[in-house]
Design a protein around this ligand. Structure first.
Ligand code: MN
Length: 297
């Protein structure tokens, strides 16, 4: 069984090594990770420069791209058959709530999910002196279950581990994403030449607290597992806004009626000598014709 391990902290990160070590108990591990730190790159892929894969060690490769690039290259180019699991981490620091959309760690797992492979993101709470032992242990336990039972379609697991020794972990909780509030998310300063610059570096002030949130679980010393669906469609709202279809279509249809009739007139004026329209009329018609064509379908 082949397991793909990646991250966003870079190929030399100790969290990545700890995770790869834990996965070795479950199968043959391929590590394909960014050659350097790629925190907060989200789900971006590299489209405007060539990507290179550099072998570092046996089954360990560095890529000069994003976490999503790594997963895509590993699955489509490096590994002879798709891995049974994509696991991303162990990230230095939590990936909770709204932050998952910025997270390279979570996005790597999302890329795996989009490729049809069961995928997990693992992050470790803390700010410095990370010890990844507890996280590696739970990553191994969760991965074992995922390999045995699989995951629902289009769903990845976002796992966050409290900064605690294994024996002080109070349990494991299935959670939902929390909402956080930053106070002054953008810091304004002045550079030595007197020009303003900005730094996105808000102090975390508050999280909306609800009992089943990922934030609350980690705060209480529980391992948090949030199932994340890659289909971001808000289905209840889809139904609520259905009436907009008619509202927005109405204007388009009233424009369309004259233009379809007159299009034939415009095209006829092009090749026939029989000019039935003034230049001004024709240009108005052409314009309305363009508007119809641009209408998204
Ligand atoms: Mn990171």
């Amino acid at each position: 069984m082949h397991i793909l391990v990646t991250n966003d902290d870079g190929v030399s990160s100790p969290g990545l090594r700890a995770l790869a070590g834990a996965m070795e108990k479950l199968g043959t591990v391929f590590v394909v990770a960014p050659e350097r730190e790629q925190g907060a790159v989200g789900h971006s892929v590299t489209l405007h420069k060539p990507l290179r894969i550099s072998p570092i060690d046996t089954n360990v490769y560095a890529v000069n791209g994003t976490p999503s690039d790594c997963v895509l290259l590993a699955v489509t180019k490096l590994m002879r058959r798709p891995p049974a699991l994509v696991i991303s981490g162990i990230n230095r620091g939590v990936n909770l709530g709204d932050d998952v959309t910025y997270s390279g760690t979570v996005s790597a797992a999302m890329e795996g999910t989009l490729l049809g492979i069961p995928s997990i993101a693992v992050s470790q709470a803390g700010t410095r002196n990370f010890k990844f032992k507890t996280a590696a242990y739970f990553a191994w336990r969760i991965a074992k279950i995922v390999l045995n039972r699989g995951l629902p379609d289009e769903t990845l697991l976002n796992v966050n581990i409290p900064d605690r020794m294994r024996i002080s972990i109070t349990g494991v909780r299935l959670t939902s994403l929390s909402r956080r509030r930053y106070e002054d998310p953008v810091v304004e300063k002045v550079d030595p030449r007197g020009r303003k610059y900005y730094w996105i570096a808000g102090t975390r002030v508050s999280w909306e607290r609800h009992a089943d949130s990922d934030y609350e679980a980690v705060r209480q010393g529980l391992v948090s597992i949030t199932p994340i669906h890659v289909d971001l469609t808000h289905y209840p709202v889809l139904d609520q806004l259905r009436s907009w279809e008619e509202l927005l279509t109405r204007g388009v249809l009233t424009r369309r009626r004259p233009s379809t009739r007159l299009n034939t007139v415009v095209s006829r004026t092009k090749d026939s000598s029989k000019r039935t329209l003034s230049r001004k009329q024709a240009s108005v018609l052409k314009k309305s014709h363009r508007m119809i064509r641009r209408r998204p379908t």
